[in-house]
Design a protein around this ligand. Structure first.
Ligand SMILES: [Zn+2]
Length: 260
């Protein structure tokens, strides 16, 4: 990875004053060189921090809030070094959650209590995200490795498309996975459909996902909208961002659901 990526990860911590002196001067030197991406990130982070500061108009953010933020940023930084996972949730996401909460509760004058709630909500949001990621990975692994899962190869009649494979576990749900999947253009997305066995049954919409930058596609549906027994096939179409209620394009992949 380039140096630029390394600095980008430090910007939020930099704005919160959570960096070691050494890292801090490195970031400052990098910003002084005029990196547009990092400057933009710095301005956004400053904006967020200014919104958090709104909470206590008469004072600096409380020691508690500041302490929690620093603690969390440090924990996040440690976690980043520990596991370079594509799932690692950026500081930015849960900080945004906290910022939203600030706006929601701003009308209240109980600022001390409010600050406590925000500190707690940040910690809670982070814990929730970590728990959800862990759970999701565990479920994906269970579904893929459990011999009770039904394997559903999903072929494409387009020559340049890789084959996908779905695994459907009666209790845990469906995983659809594939490699080297080309990204749909713009903000369009790939949406999964359950084709019911009943005659003239309309495709039932399920979740959507874009492949990641490396072309990896891994869609987890924990609560399929129909049972395996009542489903004839799985299909994936390309749809506008946000998905559709009924398919608007011809399926790219289709796989017939066998029996367990
Ligand atoms: Zn940069």
């Amino acid at each position: 990875m380039s140096d630029r990526d390394r600095f980008r990860e430090l910007i939020e911590a930099y704005v919160l004053g959570a960096l070691d002196p050494e890292e801090r001067s490195a970031v400052e030197a990098h910003l002084a060189e005029g990196c547009a991406e990092c400057s933009k990130a710095r301005d956004e982070a400053r904006w967020l921090v200014s919104q958090l500061a709104y909470l206590a108009p008469e004072a600096q953010p409380s020691d508690l809030l500041r302490g929690r933020l620093l603690e969390t940023v440090h924990a996040e930084a440690r976690a980043k070094h520990a596991r370079k996972s594509s799932r690692s949730v950026p500081f930015w996401m849960w900080a945004a959650v906290a910022a939203l909460l600030v706006f929601t509760l701003y009308t209240s004058w109980e600022t001390v209590d409010l600050r406590r709630q925000i500190a707690e909500s940040i910690a809670r949001a982070q814990a929730e995200i970590a728990k959800r990621n862990e759970l999701q990975e565990m479920l994906e692994t269970n579904i893929v490795t459990d011999p009770r899962s039904v394997r559903i190869p999903m072929a494409s009649d387009k020559k340049d498309m890789p084959q996908l494979e779905a695994r459907w576990h009666a209790r845990f749900g469906i995983v659809v996975a594939g490699q080297n999947v080309p990204a749909p253009s713009g903000t369009r997305t790939l949406q999964l459909w359950l084709i019911p066995k009943v005659q003239n049954g309309k495709p039932i919409p399920s979740l959507m996902l874009r492949p990641d930058a490396g072309g990896k596609f891994m869609l987890l549906v924990t609560n399929p909208p129909e049972t395996m027994e009542a489903t004839k096939a799985l299909a994936i179409t390309e749809e506008p961002a946000g998905g559709s209620a009924q398919p608007t394009t011809k399926p790219i992949w289709v796989g017939t659901v066998g029996s367990p």
